[in-house]
Design a protein around this ligand. Structure first.
Ligand SMILES: Nc1ncnc2c1ncn2[C@@H]1O[C@H](COP(=O)(O)OP(=O)(O)OP(=O)(O)O)[C@@H](O)[C@H]1O
Length: 289
């Protein structure tokens, strides 16, 4: 059972940042995704532009992962249009432009592989038909490990790494494919508070490198300082799409309407935290175009 409530203020989902058509990396129009005949996420209209850091939040089972998988072409596209990098999704040849860190994916304890070996598998879509890593591939793998703060663990067996470190290995694996967009499904799930901040720092480094990110999360707290936009999915639909400041305003409406069971809202716990934190609208947001 879900114990969460998210802002359900109906707003017209709209692109919230300016930009040109060339900046659009993901564009959904009235899209519906599901499994077999069953559409789980419907009426999704969403435009994500280069450089955006978008959090996707909502109750358990609301359709967040279904939305991500729909963008990635990993479930059934029931109706509507999905345009990626300006071309219809089905015509996109270079799928590696979309990097993916799947949900609840940790590395099996039975896997005997080093962090470097796991990250190297992220190069597979980019390497030549002989399947051999060249010097440049190895450099990219090393750089990906460095970005996630695990350069010194390259030769460590992943089964001996902590859950948070394993999540970082998986992010590095996705980065090794040199994606234009990184889609992460709950990268901070099951990661303690200290490691959530380490992960947020990792994502910070990606922001500096201009990686566009779409992040499904239940823990907005650690990530919120990075975000340019928040999308709320509830009941299989996009209910809200706006800037963090707009989200805060919508959330305050919800605070007036309900008095309990706030999901992301409760993570910072209080309004004072917000005033000091990343959703403080007086802060200069270096990422906001
Ligand atoms: N592979 C699948 N086959 C059939 N139904 C599925 C599949 N995956 C998810 N669903 C259903 O789709 C609905 C939305 O699930 P989804 O995983 O997208 O929600 P979510 O918002 O990501 O949830 P959570 O926060 O718990 O991860 C649920 O009713 C779920 O049972």
């Amino acid at each position: 059972m879900s114990t969460e409530t998210t802002p359900t203020t109906p707003t017209t989902p709209s692109p919230s940042t300016p930009g040109t058509a060339g900046d659009v990396v993901i564009d959904l129009h009235d899209a519906a995704f599901g499994y077999g005949e069953r559409a789980v996420l419907t009426d999704a209209t969403l435009t994500i532009r280069r450089g955006e850091i978008v959090a996707v939040v909502g109750p358990n089972g609301s359709g967040k992962s279904t939305l991500m998988k729909g963008i990635l072409g990993l479930n059934d596209h029931v109706s509507g249009t999905v345009t990626l990098f300006g071309v219809p999704s089905q015509d996109l040849r270079d799928r590696a432009r979309l990097g993916y860190v799947p949900q609840r994916h940790t590395l099996s304890t039975s896997v005997r592989a080093t962090a470097e070996e796991i990250v190297s598998t992220g190069r597979l879509p980019r390497i030549n038909w002989l399947g051999r890593l060249r010097a440049t591939d190895r450099q990219i793998v090393a750089r990906a490990l460095d970005v996630v703060g695990l350069a010194d663990r390259a030769a460590t067996e992943v089964s001996t790494l902590s859950g948070g470190q394993q999540r970082r290995v998986l992010i590095a694996r996705a980065l090794a494919g040199q994606p234009d967009v990184l889609i992460m499904d709950e990268p901070t799930a099951g990661v303690d508070a200290a490691n959530q901040h380490v992960l947020a720092d990792v994502l910070d480094r990606l922001v500096e490198r201009d990686v566009t990110m779409v992040i499904v999360t239940h823990e907005l707290g650690a990530l919120e300082r990075l975000l340019t936009r928040i999308v709320v999915v509830d009941g299989g639909r996009i209910r809200f799409d706006g800037t963090p400041a707009e989200y805060t305003a919508a959330r305050d409406d919800v605070h007036h309407d309900h008095d309990s069971h706030h999901h992301d809202i409760e993570l910072d716990g209080h309004h004072d935290g917000l005033a000091r934190g990343p959703l403080d609208t007086t802060r200069t947001d270096r990422r906001r175009p």
